[in-house]
Design a protein around this ligand. Structure first.
Ligand code: NAD
Length: 239
């Protein structure tokens, strides 16, 4: 989604690659810092795109096709069910570029690192739905130039929606991080902002992360188990 969700939610959930792992989308920290066998510097930086655009396009084309062949898991489903109850009182901020939250039914999703399913034109800056593979180079639907890049935020680029995220973190009652290693900034610092403004903080992750100590509570386990459990508690307690 595009930034501009409006309102201050009671609950802000930050998700990372770990929530999609059980759907069959590999995380990269768990693979020794490689993303599908590639060094991040070789596929997820503006410099890599400048030096070897075909390799970068091929990498994201493969990710886009892989994500299209998998399905949301019970963790995505649980967050969609929570939104059905809470409406505007829930905001999901995701670092993921897949669309598994949306396919589970979530609508209030802010993709701070962009989306595999969208493209940005380097000639006219128009952002639109990906027409499929970006190799060999389809034309932009707006200006006709063949200068499309994935609409994802690479290392060294500015994430989307930071002003809106800051407002949500400052106003929310509860901040929950799910399946994120806490190694990528600025998302790794969201827990500190939320707790500085008085929010309860909870981490749900497979293993302790680099930021576990910043959370008031941390629960370890598979996202497909711990997320539905937590959502069940919220719905029962009506908080
Ligand atoms: P990460 O790969 O750095 O860390 C993944 C975290 O998830 C780890 O802490 C790990 O313990 C946890 N985890 C693994 N399996 C889990 C499970 N089944 N249940 C719960 N937790 C589990 O991911 P990150 O912190 O999101 O940072 C990686 C960056 O890479 C992000 O910026 C993201 O854009 C990108 N990325 C995205 C995807 C995706 O879109 N699905 C996949 C890989 C990388």
């Amino acid at each position: 989604m595009t930034p501009g969700l409006g309102g201050v939610p009671r609950i802000v959930v930050l998700t990372g690659a770990g929530i999609s792992a059980e759907s069959g989308v590999p995380t990269f920290r768990d693979a020794g810092g490689l993303w599908e066998g590639h060094r991040v510097e070789d596929v997820a930086t503006p410099e890599a795109f400048e030096q070897d655009p075909d390799t970068v396009q091929r990498f994201y084309d493969a990710r886009r096709r892989a994500v299209a062949s998998v399905a949301p898991n019970p963790a995505h489903d649980a967050l969609a069910a929570l939104e059905r109850e809470l409406g505007d009182d829930l905001l999901v901020v995701t670092q993921n570029i897949d669309d598994l939250h949306e396919r589970a039914g979530s609508t209030r999703v802010l993709h701070m690192h962009g989306e595999l399913g969208r493209v940005r034109c380097l000639a006219c800056e128009a952002r639109s739905e990906a027409p499929g593979d970006l190799l060999p180079g389809p034309p932009c639907q707006n200006c006709g130039e063949r200068m499309l890049r994935p609409d994802v935020v690479w290392f060294g680029e500015m994430p989307y929606g930071l002003d809106e995220i800051d407002l949500a973190l400052a106003g929310c009652e509860t901040f929950v991080a799910i399946g994120t290693s806490g190694a990528v900034h600025p998302a790794a610092g969201f827990v500190l902002t939320a707790s500085a403004f008085g929010a309860e903080t909870l981490e749900l992750n497979l293993a302790g992360s680099e930021i576990t100590s910043f959370f008031a509570e941390s629960r370890l386990g598979l996202a497909s188990l711990v997320v539905p459990e937590w959502v069940g508690e919220v719905l029962r307690e009506g908080r």
